[in-house]
Design a protein around this ligand. Structure first.
Ligand code: NAD
Length: 369
């Protein structure tokens, strides 16, 4: 943990970062985040040493597997991992066990990344991009989705079998233990303490046994963290409330599949997928940081992708894994300034602004740092 050997803050620290540039626009957006990190290093007196690691489609091409043997080991030897995105049509016809997405699931499991943090923030400069009504948007959107990432139905036992009278039948098992629920719950309450002190736990306790266990563990934690306001919400209602009034949420905590769906919905109400960062953390301060978007094969190689989601993911890395709050604040301030100065990539372009390329956006951020 960097904090253990960091004796004098801000003096010539060397941080090791594993870079998974990945597929599609991944290498383009990671390149800009590296430019920003290097500038931060120069300004605050740190060195970032990068090691490139393969995962996903490019790993299938190079090694015949989406998750090469040394990928997890190299990542574990670093302080944090920065990832672009993986996947694309080129690998859509690969057999199920060597698809790029398999690499993502495997690395989350191998690194024990059980907590996925996805902030959904509507920046005033981009308010027009939200599909919600102005009066809803004016109340502000600043929520943190905390999704359990290594349990539940995505990791449960799968079966496919023939039946005598109904054709093929399949099952996907959703399993959760108290331990898995408690550790993600604690993350959510701890995060809420650093924010507006409100946790909404989303489940389907009126139907699912796993949700009933989820709710009982969350209630126990809510008693312990009695300085944090707590509410239960059924997942169907949560899906509705996120579009009706997202300002009511501070920290939202939920299981893997509900979180997968709701975090995409929450990001959409901010209107700009190219702006949204994410962090996946393990028990320590180690984490994997990546934009919320995919590899955008439709715009790959054109130097038009928005690198801000990846740059903001790097800011989360500075904050959560490297304990560099001031540096993270500086990156976030540079993003705010570039937007208020009227610069936009194509995906967030609006009237009266100046459209810039991926690399120009990186340069403008560096200038402001
Ligand atoms: P996507 O997020 O890649 O793209 C959706 C739309 O948003 C596209 O029109 C794209 O051009 C646009 N977009 C995305 N990021 C952008 C950016 N930074 N700047 C400007 N525009 C941007 O989602 P998709 O099309 O559903 O998936 C494409 C591939 O990415 C698939 O192979 C999918 O499996 C993969 N994927 C990977 C991850 C990941 O690596 N974590 C996540 C989601 C999807």
């Amino acid at each position: 943990k960097p904090g253990d050997w960091q004796n004098e803050r801000g003096t010539d620290m060397d941080y090791k970062i594993a870079l998974i540039r990945g597929d599609g626009i991944g290498p383009e957006v990671v390149g800009e985040a590296v430019k920003v990190l290097d500038k931060i290093g120069e300004r605050f007196g740190h060195t970032f040493t990068y090691t490139d690691v393969l995962l996903g489609g490019c790993a299938i091409d190079a090694c015949g597997t989406p998750f090469p043997d040394d990928t997890a080991e190299v990542c574990k030897a670093c302080d944090a991992v920065l990832l672009g995105a993986v996947g694309g049509p080129k690998w859509d016809t690969c057999p199920a066990d060597i698809r790029p997405e398999k690499g993502l699931l495997a690395i989350r499991k191998a690194l024990g990344l059980y907590a996925n943090l996805r902030p959904a923030i509507l920046r005033p400069a981009l308010a027009d991009a939200s599909p919600l009504k102005k009066e809803t948007v004016d109340k502000g959107i600043d929520l943190m989705m905390v999704r359990e990432l290594t349990g539940g139905i995505y990791f449960g036992k799968r079966e496919r079998y023939d039946t005598p009278d109904k054709g093929v039948e399949c099952t996907d098992l959703m399993a959760y233990s108290e331990m898995e629920i408690e550790r993600i719950g604690r993350r959510a309450f701890e995060l809420a303490r650093l924010r507006r002190k409100k946790v909404t736990s989303v489940d389907k306790a009126n139907v699912l046994e796993t949700s009933r266990l989820w709710r009982s563990v969350m209630h126990r934690l809510a008693e312990e963290y009695d300085d944090v306001e707590y509410a239960d919400m059924l997942v169907d209602n949560a899906a509705m409330q996120i579009v009706r009034d997202p300002s009511q949420f501070d920290v939202v905590v939920t299981e893997n599949m509900f979180g997968d769906i709701l975090s995409d919905e929450a990001s959409m109400v901010t209107g700009s997928i190219g702006m949204l960062s994410s962090a996946s953390l393990n028990e320590t301060s180690f984490g994997l940081y990546e934009p919320s978007h995919g590899s955008a094969p439709d715009i790959a190689g054109k130097n038009i992708a928005n690198p801000i989601a990846t740059v903001l993911s790097a800011a989360m890395m500075l904050r959560y894994s490297l304990d560099l709050d001031q540096e993270a604040d500086a990156v976030e301030a540079a993003v705010k300034k570039v937007l208020s100065d009227g610069y936009r990539t194509g995906d967030i372009m609006s009237e009266g602004c100046t459209q810039v390329s991926t690399t120009q956006m990186g340069d403008l951020l560096v200038e402001r740092l």
